[in-house]
Design a protein around this ligand. Structure first.
Ligand SMILES: Cc1cc2nc3c(=O)[nH]c(=O)nc-3n(C[C@H](O)[C@H](O)[C@H](O)COP(=O)(O)OP(=O)(O)OC[C@H]3O[C@@H](n4cnc5c(N)ncnc54)[C@H](O)[C@@H]3O)c2cc1C
Length: 416
């Protein structure tokens, strides 16, 4: 089935709305919340209400403007499966593509503000992927963060030590979670914990914990290089009791299924993190082009790069790299919408876009010299903001590892 690279017409409204939000709300507040780290961007509350309204009316294609939620199997209007049934060869652009396009625009505005949009959050991706109907009703519309990382478990998430012990009708969680995006602002935290450390990856389950739970104690908020508008929290879980109905998925420990189920969530979210890098890098490229042209640098798309000035040639190379990353990202989300296994492509897109995002944003600072480095423009901020997109949801090195395993047909035990 051929991929069509035009932006689907049905998403034109979503893209233009996201662009307006990025221009009118994010950009004017970018510097303010970069400086005022840990203060809540109250301007987003009004926006959240508007987004809820648009979601309800279907104006956003069901994806949510900043949505990293959704299991990616529908067309955003809840009828993906039937569309496919009617014509199994139909080309489908669903909630993954809608989210990709929306996030790209919003991150063209500001990555940190996008990450702290009320009622969005990575936790919703996990809830949407594995919650049953009753859980969806209780948790589906809430702002949910995701707590996987621990002091001794980052890239190797199978090494987590937080435990969950069944006691009557409740699970009792004990452990420590660090680097939880939106951890202080979300209503729910999806916490990964193990039911039995001796049984390895298969015993790791996710539990929905209310942020107000007294057993979940905020230890600190991190100070960071970039995305300073987004809060990043560390928690201590001390005899944190949650109803047993808050376990997502099955409580059975199925050693055959192992970790694959939990990790599959990320096949849908990695393209979206790649999209964030694409949006931020596009902002840098657009502003740099304008600044270079104002400084008299001519960029000619009809002449070979090596015959142009060094600045123009560098710029053309950055744009080409950006485009390659963009196309890979489109492909990985499109595959998810069309129910094609995309684990390889999702990691390729995340690795490529993460690296290109860092390269492009920092090279734009370099190309613009003192103007790029100073706080009069946002170029230096975008270089700081972009770096995280090459770290969280699987670092550059981990994505390359996943790609290598897939290409070589090796298991995680065979290639570490
Ligand atoms: C701002 C921010 C927000 C975050 N938000 C969240 C969140 O919401 N929820 C959450 O659970 N986590 C979150 N994280 C954590 C993030 O996912 C981890 O930082 C990331 O997975 C890397 O883990 P680590 O920092 O422990 O580094 P490590 O795993 O210790 O890695 C250190 C370095 O070694 C490399 N490396 C590790 N293993 C290998 C290997 N096998 N082969 C080659 N190289 C390797 C890594 O690529 C990296 O360069 C966040 C982090 C930050 C900084």
């Amino acid at each position: 089935m051929p991929i069509n690279l035009e932006t689907p017409k049905k998403f034109a409204g979503l893209v233009s709305q996201a662009h307006i939000v990025a221009t009118e709300v994010f950009r004017p507040n970018s510097r303010k919340y970069d400086d005022a780290e840990h203060s809540y961007p109250k301007e987003l509350d009004m926006l959240a209400a508007a987004i809820d309204g648009m979601n309800e009316s279907g104006a956003l294609g069901g994806a949510g403007a900043g949505g990293v939620g959704g299991n990616g199997n529908g067309d955003g209007n809840g009828n993906g499966a039937s569309a496919k049934k009617a014509d199994p060869n139909a080309n489908r652009n669903g909630s993954n593509m809608a989210s990709l396009l929306g996030l790209t625009e919003l991150c063209w505005g500001d990555v940190g503000l996008l990450l702290t949009m009320p009622r969005q959050g990575l936790g919703q991706a996990a809830i949407a992927a594995v919650a049953d109907d009753e859980q969806l009703k209780r948790f589906g519309r809430k702002w949910a963060a995701m707590a996987i990382t621990e002091p001794e478990a980052g890239s190797d998430s199978a090494a987590i030590r937080t435990t969950a012990r069944l006691d009557g009708d409740e699970y009792v969680l004990n452990g420590e979670k660090i680097f939880v995006t939106s951890g202080d602002r979300a209503e729910l935290i999806v916490v990964w914990a193990t039911l039995d450390r001796d049984q390895g990856r298969a015993a790791i389950k996710s539990f929905v914990v209310e942020r107000s739970n007294p057993g979940m104690k905020l230890d600190r908020l991190e100070h960071k290089l970039g995305i300073r508008a987004s809060d990043t929290a560390a928690f201590i879980l001390e005899d944190c009791r949650v109803p047993k109905e808050n376990l997502l998925g099955t409580p059975e420990i199925d050693t055959k299924q192992g970790f694959a189920g939990a990790m599959a969530t990320f096949d849908n979210t990695r393209p979206l993190v790649a999209a964030m890098a694409i949006g931020c890098a596009r902002a840098s490229l657009e502003l740099t082009k304008e600044l270079l042209e104002n400084a008299g640098v001519e960029i000619d798309y009809d002449r070979p790069a090596q015959t142009q000035s060094a600045a123009a040639a560098t710029f053309l190379q950055l744009e080409a790299d950006w485009e390659a990353a963009y196309l890979l990202t489109l492909q990985s989300a499109w595959m998810a919408d069309n129910r094609e296994p995309n684990s390889l492509e999702a990691s390729m897109a995340k690795a490529k876009a993460g690296r290109v995002g860092s390269d492009v944003t920092l090279s734009c600072v370099e190309l613009c010299g003192a103007v790029g480095y100073s706080e009069t423009e946002l170029l230096e901020k975008w270089a700081r903001d972009s770096k995280i997109l090459d770290i969280f949801e699987g670092t550059q090195q981990i994505q390359q590892l996943i790609v290598a395993r897939r290409v070589l047909g090796l298991t995680s035990a065979q290639l570490k």
